[in-house]
Design a protein around this ligand. Structure first.
Ligand code: ATP
Length: 198
């Protein structure tokens, strides 16, 4: 469960903003253009979303706060998600998991799990089969219901597989196949060398 989101320098959030989610339903209300969708985008972004179309921007840099009346632009966007792990849903020995993403105007990215630097891949691996990961169904944006309903049978299967929790194994299968291929290539090279020497 998502407990808290801390946003700083992301889109309309020039100032550090903390949003706490209680166990029941949370609604975010506000006038048009006040930044409601930016909250959902900040969550997606921290979970590793890189597609600019989904983030309603043209370049990766567009997510960084560009300033507003009386507030200067900033050089870095940072979003932290605090997830509850008291039920050990995630395979880490902590009651809370903090996922942080930072992006600098220079184009550098940083990712952290509980304040330890990590790769985006580590975040994807942590979230696989939770519905929160890449192509997860936990966040359904405007127009996405239709997209899911009219998706191809293969795409529909991928949603069901995420819910059934088998993507973790698919990921491991791909990694094992890659290693197998590398080993086979190694054997071929070794055989070539042996043939040359004998
Ligand atoms: P609606 O109800 O119309 O859907 P909303 O409350 O969901 O609106 P958002 O779309 O989340 O609003 O926010 C849009 C606002 O975010 C705009 O005012 C836009 O100027 C601001 N914004 C987007 N990117 C940035 C940025 N990089 N820096 C500063 N402000 C930004």
């Amino acid at each position: 469960m998502l407990k808290k989101v801390v946003i700083q320098g992301f889109k309309s959030f020039g100032e550090k903003t903390e949003i706490t989610f209680e166990p029941s339903i949370t609604g975010i209300v506000g006038p048009n253009g006040s930044g409601k969708s930016n909250v959902a985008e900040a969550i997606r972004w921290a979970l590793g979303e890189t597609k600019t179309k989904i983030l309603r921007s043209e370049r990766q840099q567009d997510v960084i706060f560009t300033g507003s009346q009386g507030r200067k632009p900033v050089g870095m966007a940072e979003v932290t998600l605090i997830l509850d792990n008291s039920n050990k849903h995630f395979p880490l020995p902590y009651a809370e998991i903090a996922i942080t993403r930072r992006f600098f105007r220079s184009g550098e990215s940083e990712f952290y799990i509980n304040k330890s630097p990590c790769r985006l891949k580590d975040i994807h691996e942590l979230l696989v089969d939770t519905g929160l990961g890449k192509h997860g169904y936990a966040i359904i944006g405007q127009g996405q219901v239709d997209e899911i309903l009219f998706s191809s049978p293969e795409e529909k299967r991928s949603y069901l597989e995420e819910a059934a929790g088998i993507n973790r194994f698919r990921m491991r299968e791909l990694e094992a196949k890659k290693k197998l291929l590398e080993t086979q290539n190694g054997i071929t090279r070794l055989n070539d060398l042996t043939n040359e020497l004998t």
